[in-house]
Design a protein around this ligand. Structure first.
Ligand code: GUN
Ligand code: FE
Length: 445
């Protein structure tokens, strides 16, 4: 019984909007769903009346927090063996020299299964309870990625990458083969009947996929009700070539629009160099953006204007974009999103950099919305599922020392200071337990 019904008592904190946190003193779950949430006083009253006698009661220490699990809106599982190497070239050369040759190795399903098992565990260790993955071109290997997520209890969207434009590595398929394989992949993932793992249609980008392939993929996504993920407007050379091979289109966004892949189920990575018209197009279609600051810096792609996108009501989440990005941590992505935003703000002399509060929102609720999962996860509300991290801010061996000096005046100030310290200088050592749908998937407490 105690496995199934839990009550957490202590500092429970999530975003209700980009700049507003909500605080609770207890949170109760049954079968992984949040059934009650309220103040410490409410907990005491309910507890006295025996409301929690069947529950496992988890009392947080004064330096602990319960926060929503992190959402990684964009990462490439097959690129993890290249993490932290080969970052000396810009996007298109990087793809040809390092990335396509590595991804083509995933024709070996055994190799894939071994890599993916590590990838999923690494992300869970870092507090990523939901990941939106690019796999490789290969059906069986990408199914192995979905199976790893299921095995380790991670919530995931998993995409078999689609490509039909030739490259030097020979890493692409003919259009008809590709469409048949994607449909079969989608059916197989749906056939797992696992409520945490869904397929997502994944045209790599407009230099790997022509219009025939993309319109075919758009109809598969509609037929099965799945999302679509791709890359847009990451690198200036990329944009130039996209327009060269699509002379009837007015912009990169227009190429995707004419291929019918833009909708409110679509998430686009990067979106660094969008024109005003493209911002309006993506906003009108309800397209979300996966902001990947580490990758944008490492591949020298540019500085993504997240403040502007939020002001235009675009839905934004964070992505690690390994291995263009050199870190598999959404905590790192939060910090780098603040850095990029500050650098842009310094150039414009304004007062518009995103704050730690907004970075926390992007990593949790923003990501959930970007992946159309906001009814289930992203923050703590009755009826949602419990994807959460138990944070110990002063965990032994971590980066954060306790000085027994503070300027906080009240409980909220104190909790905010703990959360800020975790965001600015925490790491996986501070994430002592991870829950996905109420189930413990990491425990070092
Ligand atoms: N554009 C097309 N493919 C990729 C990729 O694998 N990584 C990044 N960062 N951009 C891409
Ligand atoms: Fe990417």
């Amino acid at each position: 019984m105690s496995e199934i019904k839990k009550v957490f008592v202590g500092a429970i904190i999530s975003s209700s909007s980009p700049k507003v946190l909500s605080y609770a003193g207890y949170l109760c779950t049954e079968f992984g769903k949040i059934t009650k949430i309220g103040s410490k006083e409410e907990y005491n009253t309910l507890s006295k009346s025996g409301a929690f006698k069947d529950h496992q009661v988890i009392i947080l220490k004064s330096e602990q927090l319960l926060v929503p699990g992190f959402v990684d809106c964009h990462t490439h599982a097959p690129q993890f063996p290249n993490i932290g190497v080969g970052l000396d070239l810009p996007l298109l050369e990087w793809l040809d020299k390092y990335t396509f040759p590595l991804e083509s190795q995933y024709k070996d399903t055994e190799f894939a299964a071994k890599v993916y098992d590590k990838v999923v565990q690494r992300l869970l260790k870092n507090g990523t309870t939901t990941a939106c993955y690019f796999g490789s071109l290969h059906v069986d290997s990408t199914l192995a990625l979905a199976k790893s997520a299921i095995k380790h209890g991670q919530r995931a969207l998993v995409g078999k990458v689609s490509m039909n434009i030739k490259n030097d590595t020979g890493y692409y398929n003919e259009t008809a083969t590709e469409l048949a394989q994607v449909e079969s992949f989608v059916q197989k993932v749906l056939g797992f009947k696992n409520d945490l793992v869904q397929p997502i249609v994944t045209p790599r980008f407009a230099l790997s996929c022509d219009k025939d392939l993309m319109t075919g993929l758009a109809s598969i996504s509609k037929k099965y009700g799945c999302g679509v993920q791709s890359h847009i407007s990451e690198n200036l050379k990329e944009i130039e070539y996209v327009l060269q091979i699509n002379p009837s289109c007015t912009s990169y966004g227009d190429v995707y629009d004419k291929s019918e892949i833009l909708s409110n189920k679509c998430i686009m990575a990067h979106a660094i160099h969008l024109s005003t018209e493209e911002i309006a197009l993506l906003a009108a279609k309800g397209v979300s953006i996966a902001h990947c600051p580490a990758s944008n810096t490492r591949l020298r792609s540019g500085l993504c204007p997240v403040r502007k996108y939020l002001d235009h009501n675009l839905c934004v989440g964070l992505g690690t974009d390994v291995s263009g990005g050199d870190s598999a941590s959404i905590l790192d992505a939060m910090r780098r999103s603040m850095d990029v935003s500050t650098h842009l703000d310094l150039q414009s002399g304004g007062d518009g950099a995103i704050s730690w509060l907004e970075a926390f929102y992007l990593a949790t609720m923003g990501g959930a919305k970007a992946l159309n999962l906001e009814q289930k996860i992203g923050n703590f509300k009755v009826g949602k599922e419990l994807d959460a991290l138990l944070i110990d801010v002063y965990a032994a061996g971590g980066q954060i020392d306790q000085y027994h000096y503070s300027v906080e005046k009240n409980d909220e100030d104190y909790i905010n200071s703990l959360l800020q310290r975790f965001i600015y200088l925490g790491d996986d050592r501070n994430i002592v337990q991870v829950f996905v749908k109420g189930v413990v998937v990491k425990d070092v407490s």
